[in-house]
Design a protein around this ligand. Structure first.
Ligand code: G6P
Length: 476
């Protein structure tokens, strides 16, 4: 099948669809629930957009296809490349390095070679698919070499890059054996976007130190005369859609059913995370268990619901974490639970948005305590669902979201006593106090939704290369 000539090309490690088996036994695609595709869909539709990514399965090469009006262009990965590029360099080297070395990054030359090879393949696909003078928007840490590789193939393109995860301080980035190559890869873009201004600052400083280019504030002056702009674009969610879902009768009924299933406790605390060692699940559950053991809460009237979504299960560190959490939950429930009243209701499974919204509606206190997190959309989703201006958010100061959600109970996940105090305060807060905080956070999240984020990025990208011929058609 021939590929489309697209004026807007999204390049991300994953396609925005998952393979599913249809009722008739045939194969089909289901749109993945992420906010990114929802935000980009209108702008892609009005600009002959295409999305380039991996299907999530080994050697899966169905060729370009259209799903519900979106042009999708799969990039195949072999089993070996999944091990070396995805599980290896992306998730056992870059992921821990960029998250403050919470786990030890592994550096292997073969993994790096696979990373280069796969990035080259993504760049080649983008070069084939993009129309003349098109805009290409590359996403996340798995594809940091794509901007430069693509620019070599197609100098006519306008190229943007957005990093969804943190960008580390110069001292930590310095450990990376291929630090210069990664920086040069990113410098192929016209705009390099980060979640926070601090991350953009780290990047510009590193470019000055390690590559030697001239910089001024958020600009890098390239030897070929181009300028590269490094800026913060804090990502968000489809706020209105979440609120609408939360207000629906079926979510309201499901939220009530969840409370009943839990024995109608007075208080429900909730954690929802990908099962990842950056998320700080362990200290959060320890803080909760100590509060129960010390008598601040009783399992008769309070419960902590922890949902851990399975993730990257073939990566060693994630296996170790799963065993750690299993053991911890088992011990806490063994020590503190009563018949029919566990201290922690733990689920290792992934839920659709509907169930997530019902959990957010059912929870009195949402507990989000990552050691380091680029943004954390769960915190924003909780806020979007609390249309009664109630509910408390306990949030790690090391989540990007803490920059915007200042009215949360901000905690340091390394400080168990501090977290215990915050949990007690948040749980016992007066309704007036909860309303004051939630109202302010809801304003922030409704004014800055994912569509505003996408439009701002694309507008910056357009003005970063004003001499460029082609303008994207705006959506609204
Ligand atoms: C983070 C990353 C994304 C990634 C997602 C799920 O949010 O920023 O790039 O897609 O985790 O991880 P996975 O490895 O399953 O794609």
């Amino acid at each position: 099948m021939t590929s489309p000539a697209a004026d807007l090309v999204i390049v991300a490690n994953r396609l925005p669809v998952d393979r599913v088996t249809l009722p008739d036994g045939g194969q089909g695609w289901r749109r993945s629930p992420g906010g990114l595709v929802t935000a980009l869909e209108p702008v892609m539709r009005s600009n002959d957009g295409a999305w380039i990514g991996w299907t999530g399965q080994a050697d899966d090469d169905p060729g370009a296809f259209v799903d519900d009006g979106l042009s999708l262009v799969p990039v195949p990965l072999s089993g070996g490349e999944i091990e070396e590029f995805y599980e290896g360099f992306s998730n056992a080297t870059l992921w821990p390095l960029y998250h403050d070395v919470v786990a030890k990054p592994e550096f292997h030359r073969e993994w790096w070679e696979a990373y280069v090879r796969v990035n080259q393949r993504f760049a080649e696909r983008a070069a084939e698919v993009a129309a003349r003078d098109a805009t290409v928007w590359v996403h996340d840490y798995q594809l940091q070499l794509v901007p430069q590789l693509l620019r070599e193939l197609r100098p006519d393109l306008r190229i943007g890059f957005f990093l969804h995860i943190p960008f580390p301080p110069t001292e930590l980035f310095g450990q990376m054996p291929w630090r210069r190559e990664l920086l040069e890869g990113l410098l192929g873009a016209d705009v390099v976007g980060f979640q926070l201004t601090g991350a953009a600052g780290n990047f510009v400083r590193l470019v000055r130190q390690r590559v030697g280019h001239k910089t001024h504030r958020d600009l890098v002056y390239m030897p070929d005369g181009r300028t590269v702009q490094a800026m913060a674009f804090p990502i968000s969610i489809d706020t209105a859609a979440f609120e609408e879902l939360a207000r629906s009768d079926s979510v309201t009924e499901r939220a009530a059913a969840i409370r009943t299933a839990l024995g109608n406790p007075e208080r429900i605390l909730l954690g929802i995370d990908r099962l990842d060692y950056t998320k700080g699940i362990n200290p959060r559950l320890r803080a909760w268990s100590e509060l129960v053991a010390e008598g601040h809460f009783s399992v008769r009237d309070s419960v902590f619901v922890q949902v851990a979504t399975p993730s990257r299960e073939r990566v060693q560190q994630y296996r170790v974490l799963r065993d750690d959490i299993d053991r911890l939950v088992g011990r806490i429930n063994g020590d503190l639970g009563r018949l029919g009243s566990p201290a922690i209701a733990y689920m290792h499974s992934s839920f659709p948005r509907h169930e997530m919204a019902a959990l957010y509606r059912a929870a009195d206190v949402m507990v989000v305590t990552p050691f380091r997190d680029g943004m954390n959309l769960v915190a924003k989703e909780y806020v979007a669902c609390r249309y009664d201006n109630d509910g408390a958010l306990v949030l790690s100061e090391f989540a990007g979201a803490a920059n915007e959600l200042r009215q949360a109970w901000l905690v340091n996940p390394w400080d168990i006593n501090g977290m215990k105090e915050a949990l007690v305060e948040a749980t016992r807060a007066e309704p007036k106090e909860l309303t004051r905080r939630m109202k302010a956070m809801r304003k922030t999240v409704s004014e800055n939704d994912v569509a505003a984020w996408a439009n701002r990025f694309l507008a910056e990208l357009e003005s970063a290369r004003p001499a460029h011929n082609k303008k994207l058609r705006p959506v609204r």
